[in-house]
Every structure is written in structure tokens, then in C-alpha cells.
Design a protein around this ligand. Structure first.
Ligand SMILES: Cc1ncc(COP(=O)(O)O)c(C=O)c1O
Length: 423
């Protein structure tokens, strides 16, 4: 294997031998610990992306690391052809943690979404009585649920779709955060599910109106349609509660506070469920829904393996024991207050929005302009890693183990860099 000693060398190798399906910032990372990352030249950065919210517990969390090391030397993969002694305890733990009867474990987020789509369709045919091949799922404009062929079939991102057709049928797209549009779409024959991100992360951190999710769930229930929450990015304490559908509840586990909690019929989790150590995703539902899946109808060689199950269980324990939701809530308020002051004083910054530690600053320039990219390059030079989404939106999502003092230090960096771009 080539030994990498400079950033340039690593970038050249990726450019030459790797498919160009990403456009990374020119930073080559070699080590991570908590909220910090180091590049191959030894420069230290605050991580403000958290691998797209997969590292909520911080990089290389020692407790998750130890659990992984222990399991890695014991048993890693059996396939589901046999039982293993970690999967059952994990399934009990995660279902009690989130308050569902059953779970279907997979690996990546996109697989979780695919699983939910299949589950909702099957439920529609077998429990709701939808005619064969007529099932439809309502989705939102500007959604991001992953990259598989079916998932891009209901995306409206031209770049994600172009020349990847033909696409999968059976999806109806409506505007996000628009209850009237949902109520209309729910009248269409054959609708079995409404798939929604409780906050649209990739689209640029769009937070729906207060009460939208609850009313959307009620509208779905009135038509016997499943409310499917994709919390792959928003879940696991990121937005200041255990799940974004928990509303403003700050408790660290599942609770049934009806005034704040919108219980999805199907919940999809991924990313931080395993703290960045190992791909694990999970689809949770109650028995009358999950029971439609029978042996041989869905699965994955790695889904539910003992290594992933052990890592995920420990990663969830860390979220609860370290009160990460509460920390995300507290720090999120401080971050938005400071960024709001920045926005008020600097014309190049248009607005700040978000919840918990999932936030975005919108740059006052066109999405085609390089301004947000250049700001991120400059932030990196100053020791903070963030990445633009959709051209002119910068997402700020640090690991949730950040301290208040560290957050203030990061805000200082952002407040130095962004004003340099005022025109
Ligand atoms: C809301 C949401 N759903 C699904 C996915 C896809 O997850 P993965 O990249 O693990 O397939 C993502 C990834 O960013 C996401 O943000």
C-alpha cells in the first residue's frame, strides 16, 4: 500500500483511481477524536459536518470503540441463516428505546428507506386492500432519502437523476410543509404511505412549521395511510431531542408525551445509530405493520450482524448516558443566537435556521456562485470543517459532544471568516 505523507499525494490517488462521485474540500484527514479531526500535515480542525450527522457521539468514542474491539474478536458475521446472541438483545434494546414493537435491521440509510417503501407497499396490499401494483407513496419536494434507483425515482434533484432512468413508479411528490397539498394527495386511490424528513437536511435544513408533523400524521391516520419518518439525519439527538418527531421533548429516551410526540407508523434510522463506526440502519414499526414481512421476502447478508448490533447498542447508550440531546438543544440555541447577530451585521449572510445542532447559514449569493465553497475553504484554513449544500447554503452540524466553550471558539472562527466575503 502507498504510504501517504502529504495531502497532495492522497488527493492525487483519489483523483486517479476513485470514481469522481464526490467533490471533497481539499483536506486529507488522518485522525479523529471527539469534536476534532487532524489532517496528514498535523493541522487540527473542529468538525462541523460530523460525516453528515453520523458521528453525533464524536469521533472514535472510546466506549463504542471498546465495544467494537470486544465484539470484533468474538463474532462478526453469521448471516441471518442462523441466530446470533447479540441480535436479539439489540432488537429488544432498540425497540424499547424508541417505543416500537419490532425492528428490521439493515446497513445503510438508503437500504432503510428501501425497506420502509417495501414494508408500506406490502402492508397496503395485505392490510389495506390496495389493488395489485397500485400502491402509491407520497413524498416531499426537495427530499433526500439516498441514492438507489427507486429512491432517486422520487427525487426532484436533476443532478441525482439525469441519465439514471428508467425510474420506479408509484410516488406522488407534493410541496414540503404544505398540509393542504398532503390532504389533497391523500385522497388519491392506492396511497399507502407518506414518507417525510421531519427536517429536510440535505435540501438545506428546512424546518417545517410548528405542528406540521402532528397534523400530517393525523391527516394520514384519517385516510389509513402510514406516516413514515426518515430520521436518518435528524434522529439520535441531532436536533435537540432523541428524534425530531419528539417535538420539544428533551428526555433522553422514548416517552409518550402526547403533546409533543408524533409517533411515526414506520421510523427509519441510520447514520449516528452506530456513532460512525459501522454501517447500521434500522426500520421500526409496530407488529401489525412489521408482521407482513415473512421469511425470504427481504433481508441483507450483513443486516443484523452481531458486530453492527453491538456497536449500535453501545452508541445508543452513549447518547442517553451523555445526555447528548440536551447538549444539542442548549448549544443549538447559543449557535443560532450568535449566527443571527452575524447575519444582522453582514450582508453576505442571509439567514440562519435549524434545530438543535443541525443548522444552516444561507449565503447571500446565487446557488451557482462559488462564494459558499470559498467560505468553507477559508473556514478550513482557520481550523473548522463545514461543507456547502445546494450551492449557497452552509450546514453546521458538529458532533453533539461539543462543549459550550468549544462552540464559542467555533463561532469566533465563523465570525472572522464570513465578514471577509461581504461585497
Ligand atoms: C434523510 C436521509 N435519508 C437517507 C439518507 C441516505 O443514507 P445513506 O447515505 O447511509 O444511504 C440520508 C443521507 O444523507 C439522509 O440524510
Amino acid at each position: 500500500m502507498d504510504t501517504i505523507s502529504t495531502s497532495k499525494q492522497a488527493i492525487q490517488l483519489e483523483e486517479k483511481y476513485g470514481a469522481h462521485n464526490y467533490h471533497p474540500l481539499p483536506v486529507v484527514l488522518t485522525r479523529g477524536e471527539g469534536v476534532f479531526l487532524w489532517d496528514v500535515e498535523g493541522k487540527r480542525y473542529f468538525d462541523f459536518l460530523s460525516a453528515y450527522s453520523a458521528v453525533n457521539q464524536g469521533h472514535c468514542h472510546p466506549r463504542i470503540k471498546n465495544a467494537m474491539i470486544e465484539q470484533v474478536g468474538t463474532l462478526t458475521l453469521t448471516s441471518r441463516a442462523f441466530y446470533n446472541d447479540i441480535l436479539g438483545p439489540f432488537e429488544k434494546y432498540i425497540t424499547e428505546y424508541f417505543g416500537f414493537d419490532m425492528v428490521l435491521p439493515m446497513n445503510t440509510g438508503a437500504e432503510g428507506v428501501e425497506t420502509a417503501v417495501k414494508l408500506a407497499r406490502k402492508w397496503g396490499y395485505e392490510r389495506k386492500g390496495v389493488s395489485e401494483n397500485q400502491a402509491k407513496i407520497i413524498v416531499a419536494e426537495n427530499n433526500f432519502h439516498g441514492r438507489t434507483t427507486t429512491i432517486i425515482s422520487f427525487s426532484n434533484d436533476a443532478n441525482a437523476r439525469k441519465n439514471f432512468g428508467p425510474f420506479t413508479d408509484g410516488f406522488i411528490r407534493i410541496p414540503y410543509n404544505n398540509l393542504d397539498a398532503l390532504i389533497e394527495a391523500l385522497k388519491i386511490e392506492g396511497v399507502v404511505g407518506f414518507l417525510i424528513e421531519p427536517i429536510q437536511g440535505e435540501a438545506g435544513v428546512y424546518v417545517p412549521e410548528e405542528g406540521y408533523l402532528r397534523k400530517a400524521k393525523e391527516a394520514c391516520a384519517a385516510q389509513n395511510v402510514l406516516f413514515i419518518a426518515d430520521e436518518i439525519q435528524t434522529g439520535i439527538a441531532r436536533t435537540g431531542s432523541l428524534l425530531a418527531v419528539c417535538g420539544n421533548c428533551t428526555c433522553e429516551g422514548h416517552c409518550e408525551k402526547q403533546e409533543t410526540y408524533t409517533k411515526p407508523d414506520i421510523l427509519i434510522l441510520g447514520k449516528a445509530i452506530s456513532g460512525g463506526f459501522y454501517p447500521v440502519s434500522a426500520v421500526l414499526a409496530d407488529r401489525e405493520i412489521m408482521d407482513v414481512i415473512k421469511p425470504g421476502q427481504h433481508g441483507s447478508t450483513f443486516g443484523g450482524n452481531p458486530l453492527g448490533a453491538k456497536v449500535a447498542m453501545t452508541a445508543l447508550e452513549v447518547v442517553r448516558d451523555e445526555k447528548l440531546a440536551q447538549n444539542a438543544r442548549k448549544l443549538g440555541i447559543i449557535f443560532r443566537e450568535r449566527m443571527q447577530k452575524l447575519v444582522d451585521k453582514n450582508p453576505i449572510a442571509k439567514l440562519v435556521r435549524g434545530k438543535g445542532l443541525l443548522n444552516a447559514v444561507v449565503i447571500n449569493d446565487s446557488p451557482e456562485s462559488p462564494t459558499a465553497w470559498n467560505i468553507c475553504v477559508k473556514l478550513a484554513e482557520n481550523g473548522l470543517l463545514a461543507k456547502p449544500t445546494h450551492g449557497n447554503i452552509i450546514r453546521f452540524a458538529p458532533p453533539l459532544v461539543m462543549t459550550e466553550e468549544q462552540l464559542h471558539e467555533c463561532c469566533d472562527i465563523i465570525e472572522i471568516v464570513i465578514p471577509e466575503f461581504n461585497k
